[in-house]
Design a binder for this molecule. Sequence first.
Ligand SMILES: [Zn+2]
Length: 350
Amino acid sequence: MAYEIDYIPVGDGEKSGDAIALRFGNLSGPREQQSIVVIDGGFKESGELLVDHIKNYYSTDYVDLVVSTHPDADHASGLYIVLEKLSVGQLAMHRPWEHADDIKNFFKDGRITASGLEDRLEKSLQYASDLEALANKKKIPIVEPFQGIKGFNDAVHILGPSQEYYENLLAVFRSTPEPKSVFGVFAPVQKATEEVVRRIQDFLHIDLLNDDDDTTSGENNTSTVMLFNLDGHKLLFTGDAGKTALLNAISYAESLGVSLADLVFLDVPHHGSKRNISSKILKKIKAGTAFVSASKDSPKHPAKKVTNGLQKHGARVFVTRGAALLHHNGGNMRGWGAATAESFHSIVEE
Ligand SMILES: [Zn+2]
């Protein structure tokens, strides 16, 4: 089956984000023989670019499925434009406030009520609640992307998060009250004081990514992890999922006998942050091609240690850095030139 995966550039400086469009099926046939999925929309400007891209290159204004991997602004805010300007068949997004009743007992303060929690979540996750309101207004059905859900004749499979893991993570969202100590394991990340970046040497035969501590945020770990299997071509999308979320997705896939070590394509989590990839993960998740969505002048995205690690495990790595990227199988190059793969860095951040 032919497919095109398009990364739209997002942000500048500190602000990376994700805006991805995918088209698969009979790409030279009529629209009915193709499926179109949008995964995150970056900020408002990248949302506009996504809309133009779909109209210009996919020649349609209908998107079958829009996925909001998690409620952070750099992924969710641009989707508002997509929902506003295109017609959309279905929206996949988590609705944190719908789980308030299930999680109200997770907190130290016994007076926390479901409706109090619902309010706090809705106010703090404005981009997600705006998206939900617009979908409701436009009568776009919403599904919560939990582990096990499949679509497009099973070509798309949600590997994570499970509903149980998701609800545990909600208890450590920035906007929820202090959880009982039992959730200490999900303790939220304290913003690190300005780290001194030390640099070290890297070599092809050594492994620097051996740290399994998960220090990404609860919000990031709720990211939808989604596997496409297009006639045996496996493509994995990860949002900003952290190590725990990825390991959960890997063990779920393994329990079904599905290997993630033979991917054609990997969407590198969290803009290539060194917080989200470990050596254990790179042994289980291997891809021929890996894309990183990182802003043009990002000081930390992607971490050189991460792009090196992916290369050590056999991937050719490409980074957006302000330019659109296309990976395709039987698609159309549209006259675009070939992108330059990331080279191996001999000096990396520690
Ligand atoms: Zn992000």
